[in-house]
Design a protein around this ligand. Structure first.
Ligand SMILES: [Zn+2]
Length: 204
């Protein structure tokens, strides 16, 4: 199988599959940006999904503390977008299990499926396709910790920090590539709005 050599290659896969798009985008939280990323568009191609997941798993494996815990490690996704990443990472690492949280609608808190309980002290890698605001990953971390699990790292395909990205403190963060998009707080502060560039609203 193909192994990623560098961050540019991960970005190229995202561009080629239409997952990474350039333009003028309005996010649900009101920010304007010149870039939009929808990783599932890349993950629909199985070989690309595999290349990206294996690349991420190699970064995790390089941490000796994580490597030592692999046989008991859970790979947990906060939403369905993280699922192909979670399965790919779990397979590549030969970790113990994958699970995820979900909710009926955006106003509800995240929850696990009935009868799914992390065991006390269970080591967990939180996995998602992208770290942008980090709000879902933060909720997921709180949920896991409230059930006694031990979150030991965070792994995402792309880290795309925004002015509103939450801080995960000393938790190790792994990503294949970091994208520094331009963000504007609102219409009044947006360079593209000033130039009259048509804007596209994105869902997530
Ligand atoms: Zn704008």
């Amino acid at each position: 199988m193909h192994l990623l050599q560098n961050q540019d290659e991960a970005v190229r896969i995202l561009r080629d599959t239409g997952a990474l798009r350039e333009g003028h985008f309005l996010y649900p939280n009101g920010l304007h940006s010149n870039e939009y990323l929808q990783v599932p568009l890349a993950m629909r191609y199985y070989q690309h999904a595999r290349t990206l997941s294996v690349g991420l798993s190699r970064l995790l494996r390089a941490n000796p503390e994580i490597r030592a815990l692999i046989p008991e490690l859970s790979v947990v996704a906060p939403a369905t977008g993280g699922l192909p990443v979670a399965y790919g990472v779990c397979e590549a690492l030969r970790a113990n299990q994958v699970y995820w949280a979900e909710r009926e609608d955006e106003r509800e808190p995240l929850r696990f499926r009935q009868y799914l309980e992390p065991r006390p002290g269970e080591p967990v890698i939180l996995v998602d396709d992208i770290l942008r605001s980090g709000s879902k990953l933060t909720q997921m971390k709180k949920l896991l910790e409230s059930r006694g699990a031990n979150v030991i790292g965070l792994a995402v395909i792309i880290h795309q920090p925004t002015p509103k990205t939450q801080d995960f403190g000393s938790l190790p963060l792994y990503y294949l590539a970091k994208l520094d998009a331009m963000y504007y707080a609102d219409v009044a502060n947006c360079a593209m709005c000033a130039q009259g560039v048509p804007i596209e609203e994105v869902w997530v």
